[in-house]
Design a protein around this ligand. Sequence first.
Ligand code: FES
Ligand code: FES
Length: 156
Amino acid sequence: MANRIQQNMVAFVLNGRPFSVAPDPDETLLETLRQRCGCADVKKGCDEGACGACTVAIDDVAVPSCLVLTVACAGSRIVTSAGLATDPLARRIGAALAEAGAVQCGFCTAGVLITAWSMFRRIPSPDRDTISRELTGNLCRCGGYDLMVEALAGLG
Ligand code: FES
Ligand code: FES
């Protein structure tokens, strides 16, 4: 019995802290983060990979957590927007979005922040087309795309 429990455990690093959970086989990372790890900052929108509200970084790559099974995250380094609260790059991104007025209702903002943070780590000076392409998976119901692209282009 103890061995079976041990086999079902999945260990990862979440926002710099080691976590160990026992997810259901079909449990998504979104469910795990919200229900087992207390990550209220990871939003549940469409729950089918279409809106980007649930975006987190897994080993620095931005992905919709509703499309990832938790059992596939063993050994991964997962970062949510709350984990970037003191990160200098994320703070610059957040400030630029806010200054540009690109944060309206805020529902998409955590996912956009993660996507932008991941982008700037790979592409330090993205042009507007690149930024637009990178943000494709993050829907903003408030229609702030132009302001987001403008804000992020100013950081490159
Ligand atoms: S909730 Fe995951 S992409 Fe919409
Ligand atoms: S600011 Fe409202 S959904 Fe993007």
